[in-house]
Design a protein around this ligand. Structure first.
Ligand SMILES: [Zn+2]
Length: 466
């Protein structure tokens, strides 16, 4: 039974979907004004892990992610470049999905753009107005938070005594004319030179929070199972989503709120001024592989802070290389027919340990420990030559099962064919005969690099794979 820590109840709870065998998940997606950084990808890979594990458990998953393609930064940058919002955001949306795919994340069932859902947002704001949750000021529409009794239930913040004119600024998406500093904007009146939509609420554009209420409820219904995102979104974004959705519908919005913790880099908060700010692309340019980055970002459970270091990333490189090498060797192992009880026991024990760990609020560290022990034990069986054909098949299936969740073993690259290796060896023999030792050495080095070991025997040159 899968258990998840639910930010709403502050407890680890058994997961029970609304509809049997089907899970509806919404994940707050990227704001597409720049390249995504590794902190962003920690959250998106956590969401990927969650969806993959739900599928591992046999659920049918409907996963929705939004693209925030309108906000202050996007407007400013697109105006600077003389591009329309759509032209500007399409560029960074494409970059985002290149990175997303390279990191092995599965595409959600639906990817929705905010600017394609303006009518749905207006509809919710009208319902909120009808329910007495809004007020207008200078052409903008605000949510009056003290009309929603549950306000603060997600973030556990206490809003009593929060008076008009309080100077604390909690939301960058705001105007001056609010009654209460915590009130937030639903619809922003147009400003000169900015793009706007013509609506029943006047010319303007949506606030950030209303996007996610509109898109999630459109795609998944007024009440759905899981809402995920980074922990930095708990307040105000997710708190405001609850106020909007529940204020409009009068129904519970989401059953399980799950959040990925912060990512630290070299022990500090990632920031451009500290020089520890990395986009995914920065790391690829430094020569790191997407699979190692994926491994490192998934290696710490989502409810713990992850300290991302380049040393850790180098370690992850050798780990994923080792896992790939293992898969390759297992694939190529020559075995006799039959099966052994020891292998069946190893697989059952490893899969159970893996599943127990993942059921425990997605404890990836322990699940990966189960995978590594499985690899170690299989390696020693390989070394002893005790594996049979059915063992090998079952072991490879177990690898696929682990990898359906983590996707860290990589593909088995087609090695050089035996005939190609033999041709090189023949060429080397000919070179030696012709006393062309430079060419002969070159071929030997090439073969060594590919893990081919040459042995001179009295019957001629033999070769084997390392
Ligand atoms: Zn959101």
């Amino acid at each position: 039974m899968l258990k998840l820590y639910n930010t709403l109840t502050n407890q680890v709870e058994e997961f029970k979907p609304i509809e049997e065998n089907k899970v509806r998940v919404y994940v707050c997606g990227p704001t597409v004004h720049d390249f995504a950084h590794i902190g962003n990808f920690r959250t998106f890979l956590f969401a990927d892990l969650l969806r993959r594990y739900l599928k591992f458990k046999g659920y049918q998953v409907h996963h929705v992610m939004n693209i925030t393609d309108v906000d202050d930064k996007i407007i400013r940058k697109s105006v600077e470049k003389g591009q329309t919002l759509r032209e500007y955001t399409q560029i960074y949306t494409d970059y985002f999905f290149e990175d997303f795919d390279a990191l092995g994340a599965e595409r959600p069932e639906e990817i929705l753009r905010a600017t394609d859902h303006i009518p749905e947002m207006i509809e919710i704001i009208k319902r909120l107005s009808a329910n007495g949750h809004t007020y207008q000021s200078d052409g903008s529409t605000y949510y009056r938070i003290n009309t929603f009794t549950g306000y603060g239930k997600l973030s556990k913040m206490n809003f009593e005594g929060n008076v008009t004119g309080a100077s604390e600024r909690v939301d960058s998406d705001e105007y001056e004319a609010k009654e209460n500093a915590r009130d937030f904007v639903l619809w922003k009146a147009v400003k000169p030179g900015e793009p706007f939509w013509e609506t029943d609420l006047g010319q303007g554009r949506p606030g950030w929070h209303i996007e996610c209420s509109a898109m999630s409820m459109k795609a998944l219904g007024e009440t759905f199972d899981i809402h995920a995102g980074g922990i930095d979104l708990v307040f105000p974004h997710h708190e405001n989503e609850i106020a909007q959705s529940e204020g409009a519908t009068g129904k519970p919005f989401v059953h399980y709120w799950v959040h990925a913790e912060f990512l630290m880099v070299e022990g500090q908060k990632m920031s451009k001024s500290l020089g520890n700010f990395f986009t995914f692309r920065d790391l690829v340019e430094k020569g790191y592989t997407p699979r190692a980055i994926r491994y490192l970002l998934l290696s710490a459970p989502h409810h713990k802070q992850l300290n991302f270091t380049l040393e850790g990333l180098r370690g992850a490189e050798s780990t994923v290389a080792r896992l790939n090498d293992f898969k390759l060797r297992l694939n190529e192992a020559a075995v006799e027919d039959g099966e052994t009880p020891a292998t069946a026991e190893l697989i059952a024990r490893s899969l159970k340990r893996f599943e127990d760990a993942m059921d425990d609020d997605l404890n990836t560290a322990e699940a990966l420990a189960a995978v590594h022990d499985f690899v170690r034990e299989t390696n020693s069986a390989l070394a002893q030559g005790s594996l049979k054909a059915d063992d090998k098949k079952a072991l490879l299936a177990a690898v696929d099962r682990f990898d359906s969740v983590f996707s860290i073993f990589g593909e088995v690259k087609k090695e050089m064919l035996d005939s190609e290796i033999q041709a090189l060896i023949d060429e080397r023999q000919a070179a030696r005969k012709a006393k062309n030792f430079a060419r002969s050495d070159e071929i030997r080095n090439q073969l060594t690099e590919m893990g081919i070991i040459l042995e001179d025997t009295k019957d001629g040159v033999r070769w084997r794979r390392k």
